[in-house]
Design a protein around this ligand. Structure first.
Ligand SMILES: [Zn+2]
Length: 358
C-alpha cells in the first residue's frame, strides 16, 4: 500500500516528481496551482513525507510510514517540516508567519526556521499554503528566501489564483499545474468522507462541483440544500407565484450569506440549480423512463405533464436562456434580490401561459 492510494487524481504530477527525484533534479521551489478543493495540499504533504522518509524502498515517491522521518512527520512534529497557511476567517496570510512578529522580525517565522540546518541526513521541506493571499509586503519579505533558498530545502507554494501572485514570486518557482478532479472522484470522496447525506446528493453535488471537493461541500451545506428543495418543489408545481418564491429564496440567502460577495455566490447557485432543473426536464422529455445524471424527482413529473404539448422543448430552452441571463446580471452587479425577482416572475408567467388548459 502506498501513501498515494488515498489521494485521488494527479497521477501525472506524481510521475513528474518521481522522475525528478530519481534524476536528482528536484527544484528548490515549486508553485502548485489549481482550483481550490482538488487535493493540492494533500499532494504537497505526501510529497513532503516522501522527501523526509529515511527508509525508502525502490520507489523514491513513497514513504515507509514508520521511520525516524515518517513517525514525527505523521505526528505533526517533524522539526524539518514547516507549514504556513492563511488562518481560518482571515483573508491574508499574516506576514508574521513568514518573517516573525514585528518585535522579532527575522528571528521567527518560516523564513527563519528554513535557514536553520536540518537534522543530519535530512532536508527542510516547507509548504506555503494560500500563497495567493500574501500581500505585497509579505511577498517581498518572502522573496529573499526564494531567491537564495537554504541548501537542502524544498519550498512548495500552493495557490488557486495565479494572477494574485507577484511575478517575481512566480518566476522563481517551478510551476506545477493541477487539474480538477473527475466527477466520479468527487462523488467517491464525498461518500468516503461522509460529507454527503446520500448517494443521490453526492451525485448531484459532484456533477455541479467542477471537479472541486470544496465546491461540492458548499453545495451540500444544509441551508443551501433546503433552499434547493424549496426551489424544486415550487418549480415542479409549474403554477407558482414567482415573486413569492423569490422573496422566500432571498430571505434564505440573507440568512446564509455573511456579505455581498457571498450572497452573489449563493444567488448564483440558486440560478445554477434552476438551470439544472430545466436541463433535467429536457433530459426526461428526450429519454422518458431513464434516469439522468441529475435525477430530480420534481423534474420527472414536470416533464411528463408538459411532454404532450407542442413546442414544449422550445419553451424549456427559452426558460434556460432566461435563467442564464439572470446569472449574467448578477455577474454585472445587478442586486441579487432584483435579479431573482425578475427571473422567477418571468419564469412563472411563461410557465402559466404554457400550462395545458383544463
Ligand atoms: Zn519513512
Amino acid at each position: 500500500m502506498s501513501i498515494w492510494d488515498s489521494l485521488r487524481g494527479h497521477a501525472e504530477q506524481q510521475e513528474m516528481f518521481r522522475r525528478s527525484i530519481q534524476r536528482r533534479r528536484l527544484s528548490q521551489a515549486y508553485l502548485f496551482v489549481g482550483p481550490p478543493g482538488i487535493g493540492k495540499q494533500q499532494f504537497a504533504r505526501r510529497l513532503a513525507q516522501c522527501l523526509l522518509c529515511v527508509n525508502q524502498g525502490d520507489d523514491p515517491l513513497d514513504a515507509c510510514g514508520d521511520c525516524p522521518g515518517c513517525r514525527p512527520f505523521l505526528a505533526g512534529a517533524h522539526p524539518d517540516f514547516l507549514y504556513v497557511g492563511c488562518p481560518e476567517g482571515k483573508r491574508e496570510l499574516p506576514i508574521a508567519l513568514l518573517v516573525g512578529p514585528e518585535d522579532r522580525r527575522g528571528q521567527e517565522g518560516l523564513c527563519h526556521d528554513l535557514s536553520l540546518a536540518p537534522l543530519p541526513g535530512s532536508r527542510k521541506v516547507a509548504i506555503v499554503d494560500d500563497a495567493d493571499t500574501m500581500n505585497e509586503a509579505s511577498a517581498n519579505s518572502f522573496l529573499k528566501t526564494l531567491e537564495e533558498p537554504p541548501d537542502r530545502a524544498v519550498i512548495i507554494l500552493i495557490a488557486s489564483n495565479l494572477d494574485a501572485l507577484l511575478p517575481t514570486i512566480r518566476s522563481r518557482c517551478q510551476l506545477v499545474r493541477f487539474s480538477p478532479l473527475s466527477n466520479e472522484d468527487v462523488k467517491a470522496l464525498l461518500l468516503e468522507q461522509e460529507l454527503a447525506p446520500s448517494e443521490e446528493e453526492a451525485q448531484f453535488a459532484a456533477a455541479l462541483s467542477e471537479g472541486s471537493l470544496f465546491v461540492a461541500q458548499q453545495l451540500l451545506e444544509p441551508e443551501l440544500r433546503s433552499l434547493r428543495t424549496l426551489l424544486y418543489s415550487q418549480l415542479g408545481h409549474q403554477n407558482f407565484s414567482g415573486l413569492s418564491l423569490s422573496k422566500q429564496l432571498c430571505e434564505g440567502l440573507t440568512k446564509i450569506s455573511s456579505d455581498a460577495p457571498e450572497q452573489r455566490r449563493n444567488g448564483q447557485w440558486l440560478i445554477r440549480f434552476t438551470i439544472e432543473f430545466f436541463r433535467a426536464v429536457l433530459w426526461n422529455m428526450n429519454h422518458p423512463g431513464s434516469t439522468s445524471g441529475l435525477a430530480v424527482g420534481e423534474a420527472v413529473a414536470f416533464s411528463s405533464r408538459l411532454a404532450a404539448q407542442p413546442n414544449s422543448q422550445e419553451l424549456i430552452g427559452g426558460l434556460i436562456d432566461r435563467t442564464v441571463d439572470a446569472s449574467t446580471h448578477i455577474d454585472q452587479n445587478v442586486p441579487v434580490p432584483l435579479s431573482l425577482d425578475c427571473l422567477f416572475d418571468d419564469l412563472s408567467r411563461r410557465l402559466r401561459s404554457a400550462s395545458p388548459s383544463r
